[in-house]
Design a protein around this ligand. Structure first.
Ligand code: IDP
Ligand code: MG
Length: 159
């Protein structure tokens, strides 16, 4: 049988805005309830150097330094989240960049009034997810274990 979907891992960062507004539990809860598996989670203080790499695609934007400063204003929680099509599923749960335009029911739509202060980072492709997870996690900080509900989350042709 040819499988159409892949179990993927993606990087989620709960930004300083999530920590300062007390939303860590609420946001994490949404991923758990969806059925995604938490493979890694840690608090860390981001640095200018790490953000130069992480936000390299924004380097010529006028707001580049401001976005980096915002990401360093408090610690963040980095999460490795796994599931079938996890990259796109997590992007869909997050909603578009601008919290004011994000639909209710999405994380940004429910908790953000801002383009910059938009609660979470999510990897935008499986290729970038792999690069970003390597940047933020050591291999031993990402855990493989069987989710007890796995057989009730997917059909056998979905992974
Ligand atoms: P994404 O987080 O939805 O993938 P990106 O375009 O990758 O969006 O931008 C990364 C982050 O940079 C955004 O989440 C947001 O915090 C910030 N950002 C993006 N565009 C703007 C802008 O026009 N003004 C201020 N901040 C921005
Ligand atoms: Mg992005």
């Amino acid at each position: 049988m040819k499988f159409a979907f892949m179990i993927e891992r993606t990087l989620v960062i709960l930004k300083p805005s999530a920590l300062q507004r007390g939303l860590v539990g609420e946001v994490t809860h949404r991923f758990e309830r969806k059925g995604l598996r938490l493979a890694g989670m840690k608090m860390m203080q981001l640095t200018d150097h790490l953000l130069d790499e992480h936000y390299a695609h924004l380097i010529n934007k006028p707001f580049f330094q401001r976005v980096k400063d915002s990401m360093m204003a408090a610690p963040v929680i980095a999460c490795c989240i796994e599931g079938v099509d996890a990259v796109q599923t997590v992007r869909t749960l997050a909603g578009p960049t601008n919290g004011r335009l994000a639909a209710p029911g999405t994380i940004r739509g429910d908790y953000s009034m801002s383009v910059q202060e938009n609660i979470i980072h999510t990897s935008d492709s499986p290729e970038n997810a792999a690069v970003e997870l390597t940047r933020f996690f050591k291999p031993e900080e990402m855990f493989a274990y069987k989710q007890v509900a796995f057989d009730y989350l997917y059909a056998t042709d979905e992974y």
